[in-house]
Design a protein around this ligand. Structure first.
Ligand code: ASP
Length: 326
C-alpha cells in the first residue's frame, strides 16, 4: 500500500506544479466575486459597485458583488478568509477590518495573516444625521436632547465593528452618555428606517447620506471630516459644531484570501489602479463627498501598512470604551 500512496502523492504534486503557474497566468478565466460584508444599497456596497465596473473592464471578466451582511462585517470577511485562494473571491471591507480583532473575542479570521491586501479604494467622511422630524436642529441641541432622553432615543448602526458603530461609540464617549442602539445588517436598510421614522439618528458615510441630506429626507448635524465638504457646504464639521476632538474617516480596502497566486494579485492591483484613475469614478465619488484612493494608496504595501497601523490605533480606544461583541 505504502509505495502506491507515495507514487500517487508525487504524481499529484507534479501535476499541480505543471498546472499551477499556467492557471495563474491565465487568470481570470471566469467571473470574480467581491464580497461586501454589509447589505446592498449601503455605503460599502456603493463604493464596491463604483469600482467594480472599471475593474471588470480591466480584468476582461464580469465582477459579481455578493452582499453578506451581519455581525458588523465579520460574517462576510470570514467567508472570504475561508474561500479558495484563487483570486475569484475577494473582500471589499472598510475600517471594520482593523477593529474586529479588538471587538470580537472569537473572531474566526486574522485580518493580517488570512488576507493578501490588494489596495486602498477610498476614504469616506461620515455625517451625523437624524430623521427629519427629530426635535434637535443642531449638534449642540442633539447632545442636550440625547443626554436628557438617553433611555428612549434610538441610534441605528450596522452592528458592532461597523463604521456606524465606531462613530456612535466615539460620540457616546465624547458626550459621556450610553445610547440605545439598533443594529442592522448594513446602513442601507438603517437609512430606510431612519427616513421612515422607525429610528432616531445615526452616523453614516456620505456615500449613503449625501442624496438624502440634499433631498431633505434626513436632517444633518455635522460632517466628521476636518474641513466642510464642497457638496454639503451648510453642514458644519464636528469640530465647528462643538466636538473638537471628534473626527473619523472610513477607509476601504480590497483583499484576497492569503495564498492567492502573485500573478492574480498583480492583475487585481492593475485593475484597482485602473478603477481609481477612472474619471467617471472620481466624478461620482466627488458627488458623494469623497475621492478615490491615489495610485500610491491603491497598492498592497499601502493597504497592508494602514491595516497594521489601524489595528494598533483602535485597540486601546476600543478597550477604553469597553466595547465588545458578546
Ligand atoms: N459601512 C456601513 C457601516 O459601517 C455599513 C454598510 O456599508 O452598510 O455602518
Amino acid at each position: 500500500m505504502r509505495p502506491v500512496a507515495l507514487v500517487a502523492t508525487v504524481f499529484t504534486a507534479a501535476a499541480f506544479v505543471a498546472a499551477g503557474p499556467a492557471l495563474a497566468q491565465d487568470y481570470p478565466t471566469g467571473p470574480v466575486t467581491i464580497v461586501v460584508p454589509f447589505s446592498a444599497g449601503g455605503p460599502t456596497d456603493t463604493v464596491t459597485r463604483l469600482v467594480a465596473e472599471p475593474m471588470s473592464a480591466s480584468l476582461g471578466q464580469q465582477i459579481v458583488v455578493q452582499n453578506v451582511g451581519g455581525a458588523g462585517g465579520t460574517l462576510g470577511a470570514t467567508q472570504v478568509a475561508k474561500a479558495p485562494p484563487d483570486g475569484y473571491t475577494l473582500l471589499l471591507h472598510h475600517i471594520g477590518m482593523s477593529t474586529a480583532p479588538s471587538l470580537y473575542p472569537d473572531l474566526a479570521f486574522d485580518p493580517v495573516k488570512d488576507f493578501a491586501p490588494i489596495g486602498l479604494v477610498a476614504s469616506v467622511p461620515m455625517t451625523i444625521i437624524a430623521r427629519k422630524d427629530f426635535p434637535p436642529n443642531t449638534l449642540q441641541e442633539l447632545i442636550a436632547y440625547v443626554k436628557e432622553n438617553a433611555d428612549t432615543v434610538t441610534y441605528a448602526n450596522a452592528g458592532i465593528g461597523a463604521a456606524s458603530h465606531l462613530c456612535g461609540m466615539l460620540f457616546m464617549a465624547a458626550i459621556d452618555t450610553e445610547l440605545v442602539t439598533v443594529p442592522y445588517q448594513g446602513t442601507g436598510p438603517a437609512m430606510t428606517d431612519l427616513i421612515g421614522g422607525q429610528v432616531d439618528f445615526m452616523c453614516d458615510q456620505t456615500t449613503n447620506t449625501t442624496g438624502q441630506i440634499l433631498g431633505g429626507e434626513v436632517k444633518a448635524y455635522a460632517v466628521t471630516s476636518p474641513e466642510r465638504l464642497a457638496n454639503l457646504p451648510d453642514v458644519p464639521t464636528t469640530a465647528e459644531a462643538g466636538l473638537p476632538d471628534f473626527a473619523l474617516g472610513v477607509w476601504h480596502g480590497l483583499y484576497a484570501p492569503a495564498g492567492t497566486p502573485q500573478a492574480a494579485l498583480d492583475k487585481l492591483e492593475t485593475a484597482l489602479q485602473a478603477a481609481v484613475a477612472d474619471p467617471t469614478v472620481a466624478e461620482r465619488f466627488a458627488e458623494l463627498g469623497t475621492a478615490p484612493a491615489t495610485a500610491e494608496e491603491a497598492t498592497p504595501a499601502a493597504l497592508g501598512k494602514l491595516l497594521t497601523e489601524q489595528i494598533a490605533l483602535w485597540k486601546p480606544l476600543i478597550e477604553a470604551a469597553g466595547a465588545k461583541a458578546q
